[in-house]
Design a protein around this ligand. Structure first.
Ligand code: DGT
Ligand code: CA
Ligand code: CA
Ligand code: ZN
Length: 579
């Protein structure tokens, strides 16, 4: 069963979407979206909270409390049920197709009778959208492109979703008597940016109790197959989870096998064959005698192949086996190396937690420095003003003076908007007052390559811009990356001393591992940031560390692993340095 918070979030988001599609009050719809996010991001379980305490959640008023109570009692919202009768679920899904949006979704439904994503694709391919008012030739093309983005991610979960299911499943199985070891393997262990299915591995002498416990987990909506040591299930959200129970003696070999990637495994198997060995999920065996050479731990299996243990994030057959054989594996950046977060929001703009709550959570993470970077005025709906940001700065300085958060250095920053011409929200004098400026693309995603490239290069050349936030602006499974000449931008970032962000929000994962790898080769530095809009999201950087490791980064490449004095020098760009 999903947490009440998640259920309420989903229903309120649906309500907001349905209100928008049916032409309801846009302000109300946005308010519901905001409270939906606040509730989803609230750490405590609503089901166990007093109505009085629920009112403390930002953006939650009396009417929302009433709705929460309705969901708790009935499992749904009557208002949503009513709107669902008018708008088929497929229309809501269409609204999320990049290039469609609520108005077009409704027009497609009412005027063309198109009521889901498949029908939309057919209509676009048949050229039927031309006839609709407001749909030019380019729109049709954009919609087809948007459908491709959705398709590429179809059936794959983002890392946030996959990790939370994995944690729940492994915690429950670890508690079953007879479970000797339990962990997740597959693409989640390698921290790929999306996960096709979850692979869970258990070591036990007797598999039966574990198989029984697995299919009976509350998260399981549907059992696909169940055997004596293997089973596959599906969660209510549609994520497939594969379980494999192995003998404890075979743990290491099984973990290597099920962690993958397939290409890495094939490389290892070829090495084994050359050494007169045979590698399988059961172990490494002598080809002649069949004797077991290694199988209990991953370290032993790699060692028997003449290799040091290879970190899972590297196992993609991108040179890691050769590097390991040559004793040249990189020393990778880890989550423990992060000393701070340089891109975070509060409820002053679209965050859902107060400055104080964000700071307290950051402090508990042991950070040495922390930047608050709320949105800047050009993102009009966030209603930022000079006065508001200056008041926030004053408050932050006051908190710093009282040492309310110990020795953690409090940095006042902002997330600027990069206009199509590469300029940002405020003039240089005003920007100079911030400790950290992140600059990001939040509009004009469809501009052509020359424009986008010039846009990002100009932002890098701005002496007050320290970090380019989520540089490709893609949303995993929802929005394609902007079209950019990346080598040109990487060269500009390296030349100007501008860091590129590894935005670790699971819906963004931006830059991705391949871009990071190319950027690093061009001499670029990176900042691994949470882009947190709530306190639990301050935990996002672990996913960004995955991207960084997959790009072979060490601490020297990542500015927010550096001690403050070194970071401080970096934040004074050459062009603004006094000589
Ligand atoms: P996914 O689920 O698409 O995100 O990606 P993976 O890597 O988790 O792939 P999955 O779930 O199909 O299989 C888990 C691991 O099992 C995979 O990384 C390597 C191993 N494996 C699966 N099929 C094969 C195979 O045909 N040959 C080899 N060598 N290994 C395989
Ligand atoms: Ca998998
Ligand atoms: Ca699998
Ligand atoms: Zn942003």
């Amino acid at each position: 069963m999903a947490r009440l918070n998640d259920q309420v979030q989903a229903l309120l988001e649906e309500y907001a979407d349905l209100l928008t599609i049916t032409g309801g009050d846009a302000f109300r719809a946005r308010a519901y979206e905001k409270s939906a996010r606040a509730i989803g991001g609230w750490p405590a379980d609503l089901a166990a909270m007093d109505p009085k305490d629920i009112l403390e959640i930002p953006g939650v008023g009396k009417s929302t409390v009433g709705k929460i109570d309705e969901v708790r009692r009935t499992g749904t919202l009557e208002a949503v049920e009513k709107l669902r009768q008018k708008i088929p679920p497929g229309v809501r899904a269409m609204m999320k197709v990049p290039g469609v949006g609520p108005k077009r979704a409704l027009a497609l439904h009412q005027d063309l009778g198109v009521s889901d994503v498949d029908e939309l694709r057919a209509a676009a391919q048949a050229g039927r959208l031309h006839d609709l008012a407001g749909f030019g030739g380019r729109t049709e093309e954009n919609i087809l492109h948007g459908l491709d983005v959705l398709h590429a991610a179809a059936g794959r979960a983002d890392l946030g979703t996959a990790a939370s299911v994995a944690e729940e499943v492994t915690a429950a199985l670890s508690a079953v008597p007879g479970c000797l070891r339990c962990t997740w393997a597959g693409s989640l262990r390698r921290l790929r940016e999306t996960v096709g299915d979850l692979d869970v591995l258990v070591a036990a002498h007797d598999s039966a109790p574990l198989m029984d416990a697995f299919v009976a987990l509350p998260a399981v909506a549907d059992v696909i197959v169940q055997g004596s040591t293997k089973a596959s299930v599906r969660t209510a959200a549609g994520l497939q989870v594969d379980l494999r129970v192995v003998a404890p003696e075979a743990w290491g070999a099984a973990l290597v096998y099920f962690t993958g990637s397939k290409a890495h495994n094939i490389k290892l198997r070829t090495m084994a064959v050359r050494a007169g060995l045979k590698l399988s999920e059961y172990g490494l065996f002598d080809h002649e005698t069949g004797a077991n050479v290694a199988s209990a731990t991953e370290e032993e299996v790699y060692a028997a192949l003449g290799l040091p243990w290879i970190p899972p994030t590297l196992r993609e057959d991108r040179g890691e086996v050769e590097a390991a054989a040559a004793g040249e594996l990189p020393t990778l950046v880890t989550e423990r190396d992060l000393r701070g977060d340089l891109h975070t929001h509060t409820d002053l703009t679209d965050g859902v937690a107060s400055l104080e709550d964000m700071l307290a959570t950051a402090k508990a993470r042991g950070y040495a420095y922390y930047a608050v970077t709320d949105h800047a005025p050009d993102l009009v709906m966030q209603r930022m003003t000079d006065e508001k940001t200056l008041a926030q700065r004053a408050r932050l300085r006051e908190l710093a003076d009282t040492r309310a958060y110990g020795r953690m250095r409090l940095l006042h920053g902002t997330e600027l908007n990069i206009a199509p011409d590469g300029s940002v929200d405020w003039p240089a004098e005003f920007l100079a007052g911030f400790d950290v400026c992140v600059a990001s693309v939040h509009s004009h995603f469809g501009a052509d390559r020359a424009t986008q490239t010039r846009r990002l290069i100009r932002a890098c050349e701005n002496p007050h811009v320290h970090i380019i936030g989520h540089p490709s602006a893609r949303r995993v499974g929802r929005r394609a990356p902007i079209d950019v000449d990346w080598p040109a931008v990487f060269a500009a970032a390296a030349r100007t001393g501008t860091a590129l962000e590894i935005n670790a929000a699971p819906g963004r994962m931006d830059l991705n591992d391949e871009h990071v790898r190319a950027a690093r080769a061009a001499g670029v530095r990176f900042s691994i940031d949470s882009d947190a809009h709530s306190t639990p999201q301050l935990d996002n950087p672990r996913f960004g560390v995955g991207t960084a490791q997959r790009a072979w980064l060490g601490t020297e490449d990542v500015i927010n692993t550096w001690p403050w004095q070194k970071l401080k020098r970096f934040l004074t760009k050459p062009a603004t340095r006094e000589s």
